[in-house]
Design a binder for this molecule. Sequence first.
Ligand code: 9WN
Length: 440
Amino acid sequence: MNGADDLMRAARKVLDTNWVGTHTLPATGLYPHQWSWDSAFIAMGLRHVDPTRARQELESLFAAQWADGRVPQIVYDVTRDDDYSPGAAFWQSNQIPAAPDVPTTGLVQPPNHAWAVWEIHKADPEASTTSKFLRRLYPKLRAWHDYLAERRDRGGRGLASIVHPWESGMDNSPLWDAALRRVPDTPRHPILRPDLQHADSTERPSAKEYGRYFWLAEQYRDQQCDDASDSSFLMEDPAFNALWARSEMALAEIATAIGTDPRPHQDRVAVMTQAVEDLYDEHLGLFVARDVLEGSLVSKATISGVVPLILPDLPRAASVLQTVMGPRFLQSEPLMVPSYDVLAKDFEPSQYWRGPAWFNMTWLVILGLRTYGAGAEAERLAGNMRHLAHQHGFPEYVDPWTGSPHGTRDFSWTAALALDLLSTPYHRASMRPKSPLPAH
Ligand code: 9WN
């Protein structure tokens, strides 16, 4: 057995343990339901070892799509409703006409799904075609993207706005601090914290942050999640929009593959790549969030602002590359990419989205570095990512320099994306695993 085989076995074990027959839980204790962008990341890894399950992962998520096209942040397992809060009882999605039969949140998460669907298809085109995977998913993916374009372009610039920090997937990122200060921390609903039974309170968002999260969720729920009412939090996030644009590119490929016109998707990619430019911060040299309610940019360097490097033909790529390789992120040679500017006074190496390195974000940066010719740095990070994932039992996130693990363990996207990095051509060339990995 070599290191690659060991990692593959261990990663598969995590994914098998967290599999519940139709989809994979992010973690059986802390996150006992199906999460939207987790499922897409998980399926990116699963496609190398079990493409059938990868397809099921996305199909089950889209079975919970709303009639208005939105793909919910969480699809609840009601038998576990006391194990995570806010749960199905808080959202009561069955009261909302557009919601599906299964209980879900009304919020969404970053749209990385079409990208995953296309990669899953390419991993096993024969079975995918036989099962009409692309044909079934294409109209659903199109409805999802149309929802973002028609209901979430609240800034009117061709970008989607998020209405809650949870929608970014980077819940307590410093990008949201100033906007959240305007939000009351006194929801009517009791703030339950079952999460603290599974992770240390110093590694989770604070009580005050939770008060504001619940208040905002309550506001959105009480408006029937209609996207037409006033929102107290409205932000354009660079990673959310870059993932949408990357997925729109994939949708063009999917359209072509099933004999449909790809041009509407290609046109949207062009518009979005240009619109993302509006989020560029000249001083920091990377993309930042826009506070739509204030009409201003939030001048903070976070990993979200580096993610647009996954887009080819990005006009600012050279300067973003320079920034990520520079003192704010990679110059001190951390093992993985910090989630926040290491030069910032409030940088915290072990506090959730306020400094630690996450496996999904490092994976996205690796793809961006490869796209723009920084292959050596990409492979250094990929090697560390595989090693730390395995060494520490697939943690949720790690200290960027020491690699010490934080959050929950046996975390599904950590396992799935480490598995994905085992299957890259770069890795095959350098590690020569004994048994060749399945082609993709
Ligand atoms: C809220 C499931 C999710 C991830 C998010 C991560 C964390 C939830 C939480 O876990 O968020 O959605 O309770 O903190 O921040 O990115 O999708 O893994």
